[in-house]
Design a protein around this ligand. Structure first.
Ligand code: ATP
Ligand code: MG
Length: 430
């Protein structure tokens, strides 16, 4: 992408409405624009990050054996009357009436809909387990939408749902999802800690929330420093992995247990704040019974499937990652989800050698590069590249270009190196 032709409306001024770093930086870097309270349009720089995160989430769900589907955003009120949640959900649900006076809603989650779909097509115990998921927009009419995409009203969620014949099967699905989540966050390049959680409105008896550590997080968190090593997801045996994840202490303030905490050696106790980026639940037969979904078992008996649901806040992750990874100058993208791997900064557009070298770099990197070809001051280009957070900057000026040299800057460390073109490209692509 040539910056001169792009739709990346960066801002010099800090927008007054943004209270926290990620919201300010996403607006300033031209990633999003607010269209209504808690509702955002994603511009190219934002959309690229969002879709990279979604793709990693998708690959790890697929690797765990989940099947991707796509359910609609609009649901019928009758579906929610079956579970009793249509009245219970309250004002967070956006209710809609169509031209025939039929009651609809914009889905805040999909337990009812997926249960109805599986109920319609699965009749025998032989057809279970099932583990469908989708990545779809949700709407919750939050009382106080704030912090940009961290607490929006419309937001992108990955939600998976497990249907098993018995508790053992449901627990196996739960463990598989926990492992998939840890792998997902590790691939994205962030540390997320699984915390024992309240099951909240959904109810049930087993739940973990996944939190990214950031000073602006809404939850207080207590955890054992063993989670800082980040090698948790390396476990080859899922039982050993789950045992390890659930035996090391980590809890949000709601579930914090002082007695257990006191037994952890003081040098391993960590306290901080966290942003919830995902949550997994086991809730048994709550929906299958309420919605009369049973399969016929081997002996002709009815079996109500044991269920779980597994969410990741895909759009919230974009903001949460920035909260965890930025500095005074701007965003610092982890390599795996950066909108572009590298920015090419042409410090003298119009200088033949500089232009030629930039074009050569741009041809080599293709869609992985954002080429700043604008007739702007060098200082402005440096500042905007730092703001946008590209992992690498390839800086080209007339002096270096005359000798085929490029300056390579690593955003995360600030390290700068003079390199021949091929060596610089090898670093960026390596
Ligand atoms: P919160 O406690 O933050 O309101 P929740 O527990 O109600 O979230 P879940 O039902 O667990 O949310 O939804 C799964 C995931 O969807 C959450 O872990 C979070 O990452 C994301 N999410 C929930 N509400 C929002 C929102 N208003 N804006 C952005 N992401 C959200
Ligand atoms: Mg939650």
């Amino acid at each position: 992408m040539r910056l001169s032709q792009s739709l990346i409306p960066t801002l010099k001024e800090t927008p007054a409405e943004a209270q926290i770093a990620s919201h300010r930086l996403m607006l300033r870097a031209g990633m999003i624009r607010q269209m209504a309270s808690g509702i955002y349009a994603w511009l190219p720089a934002g959309q690229r990050v969002l879709s990279r995160i979604a793709q990693i989430v998708r690959e790890e769900q697929d690797a765990a054996g989940a099947q991707e589907v796509l359910m609609p955003t609009i649901q019928s009120a009758d579906l929610w009357r079956e579970s009793g949640r249509y009245e219970a959900y309250g004002k967070e649900m956006l209710r809609i009436t169509d031209r025939h006076e039929r009651e609809l809603l914009y889905g805040p989650t999909n337990e009812e809909m997926i249960t109805a779909i599986v109920r319609d097509s699965v009749k025998s115990y032989r057809d279970l387990p099932q583990l469908p998921y989708h990545i779809q927009w949700k709407f919750r009419d939050e009382v106080r939408p704030r912090f940009g995409v961290l607490r929006g009203r419309e937001f992108l969620m990955k939600d998976a749902y497990s249907f098993d014949l018995d508790y053992a099967g449901a627990l196996a699905a739960y463990k598989k999802m926990m492992l998939a989540y840890m792998r997902t966050f590790q691939r994205i390049g962030i540390t997320a800690i699984p915390m024992r959680a309240d099951t909240g409105a959904i109810g049930g008896d087993l739940s973990h929330e996944f939190h990214i550590l950031a000073p602006t997080g809404e939850s207080g968190v207590f955890y054992d420093s063993a989670f800082e090593t980040g090698d948790a997801a390396q476990a080859t045996d899922i039982e050993a992995f789950y045992e390890r994840m659930t035996s090391i202490y980590a809890a949000t303030d709601e579930k914090h247990d002082e007695a257990v905490w006191a037994q952890i050696p003081p040098e391993r106790r960590r306290e901080g704040r966290g942003i919830e980026v995902g949550q997994i639940f086991y809730f048994g037969t709550k929906y299958s019974k309420a919605m009369e979904f049973a399969v016929i078992g081997p002996d002709g008996q009815k079996i109500y499937p044991e269920m779980g649901s597994y969410g990741i806040g895909v759009s919230r992750l974009v903001g949460a990652i920035i909260e965890a990874s930025h500095d005074e100058a701007g965003i610092i993208w982890p390599d795996a989800i950066a909108p572009w791997r590298a920015a090419i900064l042409n410090l003298r557009p119009g200088d033949a050698a500089t232009d030629a070298l930039c074009e050569q770099l741009y041809a080599a990197l293709g869609a992985q590069a954002l080429y700043d070809d604008r007739a702007e001051r060098a200082g402005h280009k440096f500042a905007e590249a730092d703001l946008m957070g590209h992992p690498w900057q390839l800086i080209v000026g007339p002096r270096g270009a005359a000798n085929g040299m490029v300056e390579l800057k690593r955003r995360a460390t600030g390290e700068r190196l003079e390199l021949p073109v091929d060596a610089a490209l090898a670093r960026v692509c390596g």
